[in-house]
Design a protein around this ligand. Structure first.
Ligand SMILES: NC(=O)c1ccc[n+]([C@@H]2O[C@H](COP(=O)([O-])OP(=O)(O)OC[C@H]3O[C@@H](n4cnc5c(N)ncnc54)[C@H](O)[C@@H]3O)[C@@H](O)[C@H]2O)c1
Length: 233
């Protein structure tokens, strides 16, 4: 099947790399019109820029059927080394970035009447991975998980669904640095995984494609772990 998303207008943030790129590529292959946004087009933490982006999309497309909030950045440090500015920067890059895009897109999602928001929580919203200095990231992802349930409740009367995917360790630009800087990191990830390989963006894109499609219209307020079983035991 290559037309599961035909006719849909999909906005994918963070589309230049990793999971966002994987989703944008698969969505286009499934027939969606994909609006891919990354830092070169719009800083998704800039409220005014995000507003201007949505105004442009309103003129060109009139609605948004699928919003994938994959743009994110985080600072990984142990608590004693994490400055308050770095803590706040991570929450901006993981939480505010989702709020700003979703709020600005909301009127266009309402126009769709059958819209799907896909946010990214994380295995880190559920468990701490030994050796990973992920304090601010864990807080951000716990926030995304909770706020998405609220979005599902607020969106339901408008035909807007909202779900999270919680990836385990996925090999992307953001995570390769962890593997390269810590020789034991990959082994610790695999020790937690039931499926003994690292995840790839395409593993997440398959799940996102289903959540974006009309195959999942009874699914909202859900969190789907795509983590090789890491959080299941
Ligand atoms: N990779 C993993 O193992 C993993 C695990 C759990 C959750 N996640 C989550 O999945 C999502 C995607 O992660 P990824 O690994 O693909 O990240 P990534 O760093 O590979 O890609 C993120 C993209 O977002 C863009 N971006 C960052 N800040 C931006 C901004 N202000 N405005 C516009 N674009 C911006 C970056 O330029 C980059 O292209 C994130 O929310 C991440 O926390 C990833």
């Amino acid at each position: 099947m290559a037309d599961r998303l035909s006719g849909k207008i999909a906005l994918v943030t963070g589309s230049a790399n990793g999971i966002g790129k994987g989703c944008a590529t698969m969505f286009a292959a499934q027939g969606a019109t994909v609006i891919g946004i990354d830092l070169a087009q719009c800083d998704m933490t800039d409220e005014a820029a995000v507003g201007a982006l949505m105004a442009d999309i309103a003129v060109e497309h009139g609605r948004i059927d699928v919003l994938v909030n994959a743009a994110a950045f985080a600072i990984f440090k142990w608590i004693e080394e994490l400055s308050y500015a770095e803590w706040r920067s991570t929450l901006t890059g993981e939480l505010d970035i989702v709020f700003l895009a979703t709020r600005a897109a909301w009127p266009l999602l309402k126009v769709s009447g059958a819209a799907s928001i896909i946010n990214f929580a994380s295995a880190n919203a559920y468990h701490a991975l030994e050796g990973s200095p992920a304090l601010a990231h864990c807080a951000g992802k716990g926030g995304v998980l909770a706020m998405t349930r609220q979005l599902a409740m607020e969106g339901a009367p408008h035909g807007i669904r909202a779900n999270t995917i919680s990836p385990g360790f996925i090999e992307t630009a953001a995570t390769t640095t962890h593997v390269n800087s810590d020789p034991g990191f990959k082994a610790r990830v695999l020790a937690k995984n039931m499926v003994k390989r690292l995840g790839q963006p395409v593993d997440i894109a398959h799940c996102a494609t289903w959540l974006a499609s009309d195959e999942s219209t009874y699914v909202t307020g859900a969190d789907i772990s795509v983590d090789g079983g890491a959080t299941a035991w």
